[in-house]
Design a protein around this ligand. Sequence first.
Ligand code: ZN
Ligand code: ZN
Length: 232
Amino acid sequence: MYATPPANCYYHSSRPAVTYCMACGRPTCRSCTQADPAGRPMCRPCCLQHGVKQRRSGGVTALAVLNIIFGAIGLFGLVNLIILLIMPPVWMGRDYALMMSIPGCKTYSMVGSILSVSMGVLSLACGIGLLRLRDWARKGSMIYAAIAVVTVVINAVLLLAWQIPAMEAAGVSSFQVDMMRVSGFTVPVLGLVYPVVLLALLTRPMIKVQFGYQMSSGAPGGIPMPNDSIKN
Ligand SMILES: [Zn+2]
Ligand SMILES: [Zn+2]
């Protein structure tokens, strides 16, 4: 153990370091530090190098849980699909029947529901895979995020350019039109934050190390430590 705590993490210059890696000597923050089989501190890249099993970081756990939650929400598209398929539209009220009388609206809703369920299944599976640090789940989450961004944009454009004007022309109540603006536009557009965060985090080197990727900045121990991180 070192008497003087190091300044900042070698891998995260903004995070305070809590110890030094026993293999490469670099100062590391809490999330970069694991223990070797003997219980000594070892940084993630060195663990990968020495075949020490990666412990899941808090960031990956959070993404996994959010994937599972959003996946479960996506499965509610199944309820929508069942309503579309078996319920006569008038049972769902006047506004709903008017909406469904718009040409293409029923097909569009069905495609949306099927997409929602498929994305839900993908997100759920990837959430479970992320908990187990599987790389297919990391890649699958990134595919999910990319599809989510594209579909939200397409949906937003169609809603504003076609669906809402068509609803107004069909005589749907203004309350229902406003509801559509919130549920069909505002919520999904706000929801874009998550896929963007997902993409940004899952491509970070210290996250990728947990899925078995070597750090691209060089093999641990192979590059000298920057001077600012060894001063004490
Ligand atoms: Zn190390
Ligand atoms: Zn760190």
